[in-house]
Every structure is written in C-alpha cells, then in structure tokens.
Design a protein around this ligand. Structure first.
Ligand SMILES: [Cu+2]
Length: 256
C-alpha cells in the first residue's frame, strides 16, 4: 500500500500541484469510490433556532453621508438615512448571518430557483446583508433614477464589477464558490455597502429585528455554527442535533 501511495504521489506530484490535491487523488485511487450525495431523510431532520444577543450598550449606527450628492439626498427629505450597520433593539442584534460552518455530510440539497435579489434604492443596498445558495440565481437591481454599480469583492470566486446605469435594470452574477461574507460596494457612492454570503448548503439565516434565526431541516449531526456580523466579527459554537430535535442556541456579541 505504501508503495502504491508514494507512486501515486510522485505521479501526480511535481510542480505546483499542492499536497491536498495530490492527497485527494491518492485517496480516491486507493479507497472505495466517492459516495454520491444522499438526499436528506426528512423523517429525522431537526431544527436549530436561536437568538443573537448584544451585551452592553450598542454603538451608534453610522449615517450615510449623502451631502453633495443631490440626486441621492433628494430621495431622503428627512435627512441622511442610517446605514444599517448596527441594528440593536432590546439587547438583540439584527442582520447577523448565522450558518453551518462545519460538520455537514455529503447531502444532496435542493437549490432554490427563486433569485436572491439585492436592490439599490434611495442610494442604499436593500437588503444590506443577503444570503444565497450556490446555484441559486443571484440578481442585482437598480431601482434608482441614477447610475450605480455593484462591485463584489469575492476572494474565493471571481470578483465582479457591474454597472447598472438605468433605473429598472438588473444583472445576474454567478458566484460558484462558498464564501462568507463577500463585501459589496457601489464605487460611485462611497457610503453604499452590503454583504453577501454564498453557501454550498441551505443552512443559513439572517437574524431578524428580535435577534432570532431558524435553520430548518438539519440532519442529525454535530456542527459548528457560526454567526457573523459586519461590525462585531464572528462567534462560533458546537451544536449537536439529534433526530427530530429542536435545538435552541444563543450567541452573544459585544462591542470591541
Ligand atoms: Cu451607487
């Protein structure tokens, strides 16, 4: 066996092939063929629900500085709009993205056909934080009477920079590698910022105004669950979900 492994390693080694690639090929060559992805057994799946708490006084959220951009400020007669970067109410944090980070088996997941859509309206991205599944259509829209662009700073998939210069136009973007989270900007308006999470599974959710989130149809297993927030970083915890179990968890964020 050792000889076979080293022969294979040298056969596919050399040059810039990294070790993980060579190792994978070796494993496939010597072990049983890779199992096809299994469909979920919906009779055993459980649920992870939870709350995102914010401990201590929350910092003020930023304000979009529209001064000097009359076409944008004209849409906000009440004054500069809040950025939406810190949304805390009653000690609960909104707009945290919660997802399974690690521990999923080789499952075949259905992919939504409904596009995950991010609009530009009133010179802000709506929603500010969006999740999508790989393979799900991903659409950017401009509902404003002026030009915007969408610059996605993906680091795993290809970054993109698209122009949406006319009201009502939309463009689709393909992100084919999971990444949480991808920063998005409009290069024209410096305050315009948003975040996109792309996942290779359906277990992601954005915390609501009450800090709550739900991950449904989770197969029994042991997982690392991560919660991400644009200002306060990430928190993670291990969670074991038994068959048909409804597991309740909590994350706590603080400033600094
Ligand atoms: Cu813009």
């Amino acid at each position: 066996m050792g000889l076979v492994v080293s022969a294979l390693l040298s056969a596919c080694g050399g040059g810039s092939d990294d070790k993980s690639t060579a190792g994978t090929k070796t494993k496939q060559a010597t072990a049983a063929p890779a199992q096809p992805a299994k469909p979920l057994d919906l009779t055993t799946v459980g649920t992870i629900t939870g709350t995102i708490r914010f401990e201590g006084p929350a910092p003020e959220q930023s304000v979009a500085q529209l001064s000097g951009w009359s076409e944008c400020s004209a849409q906000h007669p009440q004054g500069n709009p809040p950025a939406g970067d810190v949304l805390v109410a009653d000690g609960k944090l909104q707009n945290a993205m919660v997802y399974i980070k690690d521990g999923l088996g080789n499952w075949a997941f259905a992919v939504p056909t409904e596009p995950a859509t991010m609009d530009q309206k009133g010179c802000v991205f709506i929603p500010r934080v969006l999740g999508a599944q790989i393979g799900q259509p991903l659409k950017f829209l401009n509902s404003d009477p002026m030009a915007h662009n969408v610059h996605g700073f993906a680091q795993k998939a290809s970054p993109w920079n698209i122009s949406l210069s006319v009201k009502g136009t939309s463009r689709s973007v393909k992100v084919d590698k999971p990444e949480s989270m991808i920063e998005i900007k409009c290069d024209i308006h410096p305050w315009m910022r948003a975040y996109l999470g792309v996942f290779d599974h359906p277990y992601f959710a954005l915390s609501g105004a009450d800090g709550s989130f739900t991950l449904k149809n989770v197969p029994p297993g042991e997982y690392t669950i991560e919660a991400w927030h644009e200002r306060f970083g990430t928190r993670s915890q291990k969670v074991t979900v038994g068959a048909k179990e409804a597991k309740a968890i909590e994350f706590a964020f603080q400033q600094g």
